[in-house]
Write a protein that binds this ligand. Structure first.
Ligand SMILES: Cc1cc2nc3c(=O)[nH]c(=O)nc-3n(C[C@H](O)[C@H](O)[C@H](O)COP(=O)(O)OP(=O)(O)OC[C@H]3O[C@@H](n4cnc5c(N)ncnc54)[C@H](O)[C@@H]3O)c2cc1C
Length: 431
């Protein structure tokens, strides 16, 4: 059996892989099976140790696109980058995009992904009109808000467990072109971050902050806030250049020292304070997509991402405590994102986004010390009734998961009996 891995490159497991090329392909008779999109989840939601993965990238056909309404129908293995390539020249853009465009439509639905405009647009599922769900017993369900609505709610954010999504119909949003106009500014602490978020959310489609996770003492919680709207600009789009991280270094160069140095430079660079910024959508929305295989940076042991959402009035204290622990541990990385989610209720039983502030950051895998640190972050998340994002997780305990997502018991009624994942077995103890 070939070894498979996800974006965090940990865990690695043996699984059989069947490449789908037609949406009419029958599902294999023997389980456990699981759909695999483009493997941009960080942990084990897209892995199926000892089972079979249905690789969906071959389901890559567009079915229809109406440039007068922005309604697109496509197969589930189409990448968002392909959607953009087709629709942007006609003035349309996906209504919600995660921090990489290299995800499939099926993967975006199954994790009900969110973007930098969550406060305005909600999650991916808010813009999904319908999809086809293939079950292992041969049934094909059309799922929409007006038909099989319960299956719709179980499948969006349903971690691929309810069956195979083969096609979807999406509503895109109009844009004047490829440019994002806005500004960026430094903030000195979390209080200033929350003020900037509150002041920006009504006027800006996209808001997001980078945080210096190595800063401590009076610098704790400092970062750079970026905000912008799709806008008109006359310059030709920059030439697309893609680089590849060439090798996996034997040791990760991401250390306490390199992170402190990088963060100091990043925080003080002139672009951190710009009043009339003009970004091409690519570096603004998908900053790492031009550097292929950047996940090799963390060396052969891979890395973890920790993304939590902290709701309510205790969020600031919880966040400060997390940042203090991370700074003391010297285990954080330079890739740290902070974002205020909006209040639009998610549509999926297990969707991750909910009102609150979300923190996402990478940790090189240093074994036990890293796992201990992440468990102590979980203790804080649990204490404020927050949640950790399954799409980014490879290690949360069953206890944590079941507290974060009490609807997991309801999801069980919709799980296809042939479908399972390494993640689901880990967090529910099911076989
Ligand atoms: C650099 C980077 C930035 C990111 N930023 C964000 C972000 O801002 N917001 C966010 O929400 N996420 C973000 N992510 C996570 C990513 O968007 C999600 O993990 C996404 O679901 C990955 O899609 P994929 O196509 O690679 O699916 P995979 O990772 O291969 O699979 C994800 C899940 O979808 C299921 N699945 C895939 N295809 C199908 C199908 N056809 N039918 C049924 N189930 C299916 C799988 O079983 C699995 O459970 C980021 C990831 C990276 C690497």
């Amino acid at each position: 059996m070939p070894t498979g891995e996800s974006w965090g490159r940990w865990p690695r497991c043996q699984q059989r892989i069947i490449a789908l090329s037609s949406r009419l392909d029958p599902l294999p008779a023997a389980g456990p099976i699981l759909a695999f999109g483009n493997g941009r989840s960080y942990g084990d939601v897209c892995l199926n140790a000892g089972g079979t993965l249905l690789a969906t990238r071959g389901l890559d056909r567009f079915v229809s696109f109406d440039a007068s309404t922005g309604i697109l129908e496509c197969e589930a293995g189409v990448l968002l980058s392909d959607v953009i390539a087709l629709t942007l020249p006609q003035g349309w853009f996906p209504a919600v995009t995660p921090g990489t465009a290299l995800v499939t439509v099926g993967g975006a639905i199954a994790n009900d992904v969110h973007g930098k405009n969550h406060h305005r647009a909600g999650t991916f599922a808010h813009h999904v009109l319908e999809f086809q769900l293939h079950r292992s017993d041969g049934q094909v369900l059309r799922c929409a808000l007006d038909q099989n609505a319960d299956w719709f709610g179980a499948t969006v954010g349903g971690l691929g467990l309810t069956g195979l999504i083969t096609t979807a119909r999406l509503r895109l949003r109009r844009v004047p072109g490829p440019w994002i106009l806005g500004d960026s500014q430094r903030f000195d602490n979390l209080q200033e971050f929350f003020e900037l978020a509150a002041e920006s959310d009504a006027a800006y489609e996209y808001t997001v902050a980078w945080l210096d996770c190595a800063a401590s003492g009076s610098k704790l919680g400092r970062g750079v806030f970026m905000r912008g709207n799709h806008g008109q600009h006359d310059a030709p789009p920059p030439r697309e250049r893609t680089l590849r991280f060439p090798v996996t270094p034997p040791f990760s160069p991401v250390t306490g020292l390199s992170v402190r140095l990088f963060n100091e430079l990043y925080y003080h660079r002139p672009a951190a304070q710009q009043s009339n910024a003009i970004w091409h959508y690519q570096p603004f929305l998908f900053p790492l997509d031009r550097l292929l295989d950047w996940n090799r940076l963390y060396g052969p042991r891979g890395f973890f991402q920790y993304q939590c959402v902290l709701p309510g009035t205790e969020a600031t204290t919880a966040l400060s405590e997390m940042l203090r622990l991370i700074a003391v541990s010297r285990q954080g990385s330079f890739l740290v994102v902070l974002k205020q989610f909006g209040n639009l209720p998610s549509r999926g039983l297990l969707s991750f986004p909910r009102p609150g502030v979300t923190l996402a950051l990478d940790f090189p895998n240093r074994g036990e010390p890293t796992l201990r640190l992440l468990e102590s972050l979980d203790a804080i998340t649990r204490s404020v009734r927050g949640a950790v994002y399954p799409a980014k997780d490879a290690r949360m305990s069953a206890h944590s998961f079941q507290q974060y997502f009490p609807a997991w018991r309801q999801l069980r009624d919709y799980i296809d009996p042939k479908f399972s994942s390494s993640f689901w077995r880990r967090v529910t103890g099911s076989s």
